[in-house]
Design a protein around this ligand. Structure first.
Ligand SMILES: O=c1[nH]c(=O)c2[nH]c(=O)[nH]c2[nH]1
Length: 301
């Protein structure tokens, strides 16, 4: 009558904190949330109540803590790869492991003009998101990302020349506010083994810095014709700057700020070039997405 068409299971929202204590008294901290989803010969656990094939999700959580104690947890790409590799190597019937990590910000405080050895603050809700899919015999596919980096420019953005018909009300504008919460990702060429990830671990932090720099630099400098065009320019520069990356993706909400006509009050001028007070909108928002590969890469368009 029925068949199991797809299945994976694991532990989500494994919260983890690790401190590194330097000999000189300086400490560093990392906080992350891990999700693990395993695939393999697990069908009978669904169809025949056969729990013998189930690596309990609690075991997956305990494994995460133990491997975090025994290994570096930074860069998150490396820790995700260590976890993924562990599950496919340890259990012969587990053929793929999907590990996602969301790393939160703990930025070192400056106190009395000096970096404080053990105090940190959350300077933004931006996160560093990575995922690793480890497949038996096929290597490790790693996707790195930035999420929730809030940016705004108060001018230097236009939007005109768009398609118009009887459903169109939006006026063209040469000067608008542009604001978004950046979600950006970059897919690395597949790593054949965990050793390859370890050997190249230095490039993950470097790429993350480069993507942030390119994203913010382009956002600030570009005379934006549209979110679409500005994000394409970001992708293009990242592909040029970061070898080993095969695809870059962005998902950008267009956070609208509406002009407010105040002319009803004593003729106050607050529109067009006189606009100063705006109404930020929480919804609805535009949502513009793209993936850019090197020429000749896989494309769906
Ligand atoms: O940069 C933009 N892209 C759009 O597709 C769009 N649509 C819209 O209403 N405003 C904007 N802005």
């Amino acid at each position: 009558m029925s068949q199991l068409a797809a299945a994976r299971y694991g532990k989500d929202n494994i919260r983890l904190y690790k401190v590194h204590r330097n000999q000189d008294g300086m400490q560093s901290v990392v906080e992350m949330t891990v999700c693990i989803l395993l695939e393999g010969d697990i069908e009978t656990s669904y169809t025949k109540a056969d729990n013998s094939v189930v690596v309990a999700t609690d075991t997956q959580k305990q494994t995460t803590y133990i491997l975090a104690k025994q290994n570096p947890v930074t860069p998150p790409e490396l820790f995700a790869a260590i976890l993924g590799d562990h599950f496919i190597k340890t259990y012969p019937h587990i053929h793929a492991a999907n590990v996602s990590i969301i790393q939160k910000r703990w930025t070192r405080m400056t106190v009395d003009g000096k970096p404080h050895p053990h105090s940190f603050y959350r300077d933004s809700e931006e996160t560093r998101d990575v995922s690793c899919r480890a497949v038996e015999g096929k290597g490790l596919s790693i996707h790195s990302g930035i999420n929730n980096l809030l940016v705004l420019k108060s001018t230097g953005s236009a939007f005109y020349g768009f398609h118009r018909d009887e459903y169109t009300q939006l006026p063209e504008t040469q000067d608008r506010i542009l604001s978004t919460a950046v979600k950006s990702g970059w897919l690395w060429d597949t790593f054949p083994t965990l050793e390859d990830v370890k050997r190249q671990k230095g490039k993950f932090d470097e790429a993350w810095e480069q993507v942030r720099t390119i994203t913010m630099g382009t956002f600030a400098r570009d005379s934006s014709a549209s979110v679409q065009n500005t994000m394409y320019k970001m992708c293009d520069q990242i592909l040029a700057a970061v070898p080993g990356v095969q695809a870059v993706d962005y998902s950008l909400p267009n956070k609208h700020y509406f002009e407010i006509d105040l002319s009803w009050h004593k003729g106050l001028k607050n529109t067009g070039k006189d606009a100063e007070v705006y109404a930020p909108q929480s919804d609805p928002n535009g949502l513009i997405e793209c993936t850019v590969t090197r020429k000749g890469g896989k494309a769906k368009l």
